[in-house]
Design a protein around this ligand. Sequence first.
Ligand SMILES: [Zn+2]
Length: 98
Amino acid sequence: MSPPRGDAVSETILKILLSELASVRLTCQRCKAVAEVPIDVLGDRKQGITCPGCGAVASVGGRHQPDALDALAEAAKGLKQFRGFDVAFVVPVPAPAK
Ligand SMILES: [Zn+2]
């Protein structure tokens, strides 16, 4: 896909339908190892996500805060059942350097 020519303000965007969202990728900031968790599994976790590289536990909530990954999974589930509209994420794609 190439952007239209001759329009200085146009941009390329990537639209990702929520229904196409398959997994969430977590990259460990310490060792850079990657864990991919299917979105359907994300909300069914009984415990934290452990880094496959160094064993660090992804901690995205606190003692008195909801787990943000649980909240994301719940939101995705709810929005997939949202009748009448499809929900998409819109991601601007930087133009290639000339
Ligand atoms: Zn790690």
